[in-house]
Design a protein around this ligand. Structure first.
Ligand code: ADP
Ligand code: ZN
Length: 526
């Protein structure tokens, strides 16, 4: 076949053309390929859609022996193996979904040198059985896909990945290439250390996804806001992420009632139904998949036109990955998130009350604050997101909500002092709702019962509406000037840094809250 001619030549560009039908390498693909073909180890940090697969597939075809690909998901393996077979590459996957006969056939092909690529799960790759089997054959390389799974700092930690460093000692001289679309420095360092890739060359490319437009709105009527967002798309498919299974179901039902074809997807669903919905999403156009984060890793649907988040994602990394599923084909795509104070409070409570040790909780809090800073930024979203990955961007991308409609800011130093004073004077015992009531001077049972109506701070903030005060508190929270004590029913507490504001040593600029969210970015009236 053509393939074998191409392999005889062992020329990467030739293989790219003859096997895959592409005319040129993209970005740094060629450098990676040449480095691995020459026997070097590599860590590849390219964003989704950059073409990481060819970075190990082509070297596997160029080098003698079979390329072993460690991949975390069986569905992901299946898709890649199918795609490879279609272009004439001899690929197979060894996993628990095979029958005995199928597994035997694959082993036989392997021992006869009749496979170009073999996909295995990390659990299997570390077994003695696998090492024995692999000892008798030529191995072209090991590729470790979704390598961020080795890091606890990442959002997809899989303990099985931790054992993969054994490949270095068991198969010295076989090049290893780790690949991921996650680029934050912690995860990268973890990958290098945990996979024993200290000598590897690290390839990074910009994480900017220029065809993705970012928008983050304040939640007020989430369903109407979502509907307005979805109305921008005609005959397009996309994903709506929700935090809970129940919300996935309810949202999908509601969208269908609104005339939008939507299917739910979450880990609590019957397997067959879940697979059917995934297949429908991959094949059909004009379908909205409402899903928990259980959906997405390894899904290669190039024309996802939008990704919406109805709840705050787990971290900036998770937000980047989930939104990164939009626009893999390079065409304009939009991502949108609605979030509110309730998200922030709930997430803080989940961390505080979770079973993690204190040092992990500290990491979790820092990750949440990083995400909130992106939500609350008055600057370019793209710049803020890339900054999180250690990448400088000049800002004013012209392609995010804050660039399209610059957020007005106001000097909120005096307001912050009033807000912090109200928290302090009422004894750091009350939640946002009550403290706002005190600030705007609401006479009600609670403000009377606690004698707050007689305090100097009562009504001290009546020049601003309650909504603005809510926004002030959210931003104070994002800035780490106050915290929420869940053990005390959501009472606001001052953080040490608040003192600096009291002393007027720190000026604060807040984004003006928008008149009604959703309209803002487009100036639409509804
Ligand atoms: P990643 O794993 O980095 O998200 P993939 O390997 O799935 O990206 O590649 C994304 C898409 O780009 C695939 O459809 C792939 O066929 C295509 N692609 C990769 N490299 C090239 C290239 N050099 N020329 C054209 N298309 C390419
Ligand atoms: Zn921007």
């Amino acid at each position: 076949t053509n393939l074998f001619d191409a392999r005889g030549a062992a020329n990467p560009l030739d293989i790219l053309k003859r096997v895959y039908g592409f005319s040129a390498f993209r970005g740094q693909q060629q450098s990676v390929v040449e480095h691995v073909v020459a026997g070097g180890d590599a860590v590849v940090l390219f964003p989704t859609g950059a073409g990481k697969s060819l970075c190990f597939q082509i070297p596997a075809l160029c080098r003698k022996g079979v390329g072993i690909v460690v991949s975390p998901l069986i569905a992901l393996m299946r898709d890649q193996v199918e795609a490879l077979k279609q272009v004439g590459v001899r690929a197979a996957a060894l996993n628990s979904s095979l029958t005995r006969e199928e597994a035997v056939a694959i082993r036989r092909a392997l021992s006869r040198g009749e496979l170009d690529l073999l996909y295995v799960t990390p659990e299997r790759a570390v077994t003695d059985g696998f090492a024995e089997m692999a000892a008798d054959i030529d191995i072209a390389l090991f590729a470790i896909d979704e390598a961020h799974c080795v890091s606890q700092w990442g959002h997809d930690f899989r303990p099985e990945y931790r054992g993969l460093d054994c490949l270095a000692s068991r198969f010295p001289g076989v090049p290893r290439i780790a690949l991921t679309a996650t680029a934050d420095p912690h995860t990268r360092d973890d990958i290098i250390e945990r996979l024993a890739l200290n000598g590897a060359r690290v390839f990074t490319s910009s994480f900017d996804r220029p065809n993705i437009a970012y928008e983050i709105v304040e939640r007020d009527q989430p369903r109407q806001q979502l509907l307005r967002f979805l109305s921008r798309f005609k005959d397009a498919s996309g994903i709506v992420y929700c935090l809970s299974r129940a919300k996935v179901e309810e949202t999908a039902d509601w969208l269908n009632a609104q005339g939008i074809r939507a299917l739910p997807y979450h880990a609590g669903m019957d397997r067959a139904l879940r697979d059917a919905h995934q297949d429908a999403f991959l094949k059909e156009e004009n379908l909205c998949l409402v899903a928990t984060v259980a959906f997405g890793m390894g899904i290669d649907k190039p024309d996802v036109r939008y990704v919406a988040h109805l709840d705050l994602p787990g971290s900036v990394e998770a937000y980047y990955q989930e939104t990164g599923r939009a626009g893999r084909d390079g065409l304009p795509s939009e991502v949108w998130m609605a979030y509110g104070m309730a998200d922030v409070i709930q997430r803080r409570r989940m961390i505080d009350e979770g079973g993690s040790p204190e040092e992990i909780k500290r990491i979790e809090r820092a990750k949440l604050n990083a995400l909130l800073a992106i939500c609350e930024t008055a600057g370019c979203r793209r710049q803020a997101i890339l900054a999180h990955f250690g990448e400088a961007h000049p800002g004013r991308c012209g392609h995010c909500d804050t660039c399209l409609k610059p957020v007005e800011t106001w000097d909120g130093t005096e307001a912050a002092i009033k807000a912090l004073a109200a928290v302090y004077r009422t004894g750091e015992r009350f939640g946002t709702g009550h403290v706002v009531d005190v600030l705007i001077g609401t006479v009600n049972e609670k403000t009377e019962r606690f004698g707050h109506v007689n305090m100097p701070v009562f009504g001290a903030g009546k020049e601003l509406p309650a909504r603005t005060w809510q926004s002030v508190f959210r931003q104070l929270l994002a800035l780490g000037l106050i915290s929420v004590d869940h053990a005390a029913f959501g009472a606001l507490k001052l953080e040490p840094e608040a003192r600096v504001v009291f002393r007027r040593e720190r000026q604060l600029f807040f984004r003006k809250d928008r008149p009604a969210s959703g309209k803002a970015a487009r100036g639409q009236k509804s």
